[in-house]
Design a protein around this ligand. Structure first.
Ligand code: HAM
Length: 414
């Protein structure tokens, strides 16, 4: 039996990747414009990094982590997200006292039930602003997100925001919620009873109707956060209300334990059930949790498989593609010489040297199929004349016989 890929871990073929490259280059161009530098961290980290950051009570660590014992019996895990690794790297380099604007990209791994828009290996591009207190950095990040959507031609989306207060507010609210829900445990779904034990905040975003009904009379999270936090949230919502559909959603708590302060998600109905295409927030206490010095931090990550579904732009400057067609085997040696010379004068053009012989007709068919704009042909006529045919593969199909020098000149100026 053939070996299949693992469930939820798709392959990406060249045609799929065209859109990916456009997305990735647009994002890196935007990050460059905001003065954000790239960081790369390993795919594998110690399991403890994720249990101490994303949190033992989160589904991501509790149920979805790909963990293994390495040959030294140490528990290691494939990263389920990027922020923890970035913070670990900064602590390791003792750079918590500096300010950093960083971005990263790459595959993340979560053992979730695969479905449309949900994979076990998926890709994120993330941004982390480190060393920045609550304030301007949140505004800059939200501006950037709106800009990203604009550049990618995405206009059907909503931005949901909420404020989780500080550690104290979170703790007090959780205690109050527990006291309120305790007499109603029999009407709570078992999933929510477990959440109430491990991370009461997550009860707020329960999908169970009975839980949501109970929550109507429960203590409200907004009553536990400071006036300053409430004002900050309102201010942010007001500031961007004419730029996008922005709403305060007091049930937005996010699935990772490290957040305090602002949290946000962008959702689009076009995506179906898995509607969040990016998420983020502030996590000022993560360096402390991981044994480093205090460092405020805020960031977000975009889910590439999801945002790509919404992208509505075409690449404007696709380079020309030229087929190098050698009809007879006896001319094969010319391939190396010509292709080397052509690439030397213009590396921006895609030169698809076919590296095989065959009738001119079949090779031209192949050139059209692989979307070549021009063809350089060496057949018996060209051999006799010591020249090359330069053929436009567009509608007109113009062609001419040229010397090597003329060919290089045409190619250089494509
Ligand atoms: P997250 O909300 O867990 O946040 O993930 C960010 C985005 O990754 C989601 O909005 C979604 O688009 C995508 N995503 C998550 N899981 C899957 C999956 N199984 N399949 C496809 N896409 C998925 C974080 O990961 C935080 N580290 C974000 C952050 C950065 N917060 C502060 N800094």
């Amino acid at each position: 039996m053939n070996i299949q890929s693992l469930r939820g871990m798709p392959d990406f073929f060249p045609d799929d990747l065209k859109k990916w490259h456009l997305l990735e280059s647009t994002l890196s161009q935007i990050f460059n414009a905001y003065g954000i530098a790239e960081i790369r961290t390993p795919l594998l980290e110690s399991t403890e990094l994720f249990s101490r950051s994303v949190g033992n009570s989160s589904d991501i660590v509790n149920k979805e982590l790909y963990s293994f014992l390495d040959k030294n019996q140490k528990s290691i895990s494939l990263r389920p997200e990027g922020s923890a690794g970035v913070i670990r790297a900064i602590i390791q380099k003792k750079q918590e006292h500096e300010k950093h604007k960083l971005w990263y990209q790459g595959p993340m791994f979560r053992y979730e039930r695969p479905q449309k828009g949900r994979f076990r290996q998926f890709h994120q591009v993330g941004v982390e602003y480190l060393g920045y207190e609550e304030g301007l950095s949140e505004f800059e990040l939200i501006s950037m997100l709106i800009n990203i959507n604009k550049q990618l031609g995405i206009d059907q989306y909503s931005l949901k925001i909420n404020h989780l207060g500080d550690v104290e507010a979170k703790k007090n609210f959780c205690t109050a919620l527990k006291i309120f829900l305790e007499p109603h445990l029999s009407s709570l779904h078992e999933k929510d009873i477990a959440r109430l034990e491990s991370n009461p905040l997550r009860v707020l975003d329960s999908k169970e109707e009975s839980t949501q009904l109970l929550l109507k009379d429960a203590p409200k999270f907004e009553d536990f956060i400071s006036e300053k936090s409430k004002l900050f949230l309102k201010d942010l919502a007001q500031h961007y209300s004419d730029k996008c559909d922005i709403t305060i959603d007091s049930n937005l708590v996010r699935g990772l334990d490290y957040y305090t302060g602002l949290v946000f998600e962008m959702v689009s109905e076009e995506l179906g059930a898995q509607d969040a295409f990016l998420g983020g927030g502030r996590y000022d206490h993560l360096t402390n949790e991981l044994g480093g010095k205090p460092m405020p931090a805020v960031g977000f990550a975009v889910g590439l498989e999801r945002i790509i579904e919404l992208m509505n732009v075409e690449s404007s400057n696709v380079p020309a593609k030229v087929a190098l067609i050698i009809v007879d085997e006896q001319d094969n040696q010319k391939t190396y010489k010509i292709s080397h010379a052509l690439r030397e004068v213009n590396l921006k053009i895609t030169l698809d040297a076919f590296l095989s012989n065959g009738s001119l007709k079949s090779q031209l068919r192949r050139a059209n199929k692989s979307h070549c704009n021009f063809a350089i042909i060496v057949g018996s006529d060209e051999r006799v004349a010591g020249k090359f045919t330069w053929k436009d593969l567009g509608e007109q199909g113009d062609q001419k016989l040229v010397s090597l020098e003329e060919l290089l000149e045409v190619y250089k100026n494509l």
